[in-house]
Design a protein around this ligand. Structure first.
Ligand SMILES: [Zn+2]
Length: 179
């Protein structure tokens, strides 16, 4: 399943082949533009230094929260404070909007800036937590990849972010066994 929070967390890309190279997509203006469009987060200039630092720190915090949960740890109060801090970043107002013949209330941000984008990203993770589906969050079994993915399989048996990682590990095991 595609989730905003996963797309964001996986923007720090390790080379799955194990060269140790890392590519930070948050520094890639084209990737950032596609990411924003894909998740309907508006158009923004690439994050300036302060926003970029905020996003990189948020991503690291989310990654450590998810990897701790994958290992079976409970969410700590500090983790909760991190999530709440990001959720509470933007100031919001309520708006009564027409919805066919009736009305609905919408929460609108006063500014659609990077702080708001960050809160939307964290809200996507908060939704997974609130739905008690954290056991479906997993890290790819390829130690050189470690992408976060959401296991939708019935028995929760998925181990790889993609077939390519699974095949890579199988080939490695096969070669090792033959040696
Ligand atoms: Zn992988």
């Amino acid at each position: 399943m595609d989730l905003l929070c996963l797309d964001f967390m996986n923007s720090d890309v390790r080379d799955a082949l194990g060269s140790g190279l890392r590519t930070d997509r948050l520094r890639d203006a084209e990737w950032v533009a596609r990411f924003l469009a894909r998740w309907k987060l508006g158009e923004h200039n690439p994050p300036a230094r302060a926003s970029l630092t905020m996003l990189i720190e948020l991503r690291a915090a989310m990654w450590s929260i998810v990897s701790a949960m994958v290992e079976g740890n409970e969410l700590s109060d500090d983790d909760l404070a991190t999530i709440d801090g990001a959720l509470g970043g933007p100031s919001l107002f309520r708006l009564l909007v027409r919805d066919g013949g009736s009305f609905r209330v919408e929460l609108e941000p006063t500014k659609r800036d990077w702080v708001w984008v960050a809160s939307e990203i964290v809200a996507s993770l908060a939704d997974v937590l609130a739905a008690h589906e954290t056991h479906r969050l997993k890290l790819c079994g390829n130690p050189d990849c470690r992408w976060v993915f959401y296991d939708e399989s019935k028995n929760r048996t998925r181990r790889w972010c993609a077939d390519s990682c699974g095949n890579l590990i199988k080939v490695r095991r096969f070669r090792k066994a033959r040696r």
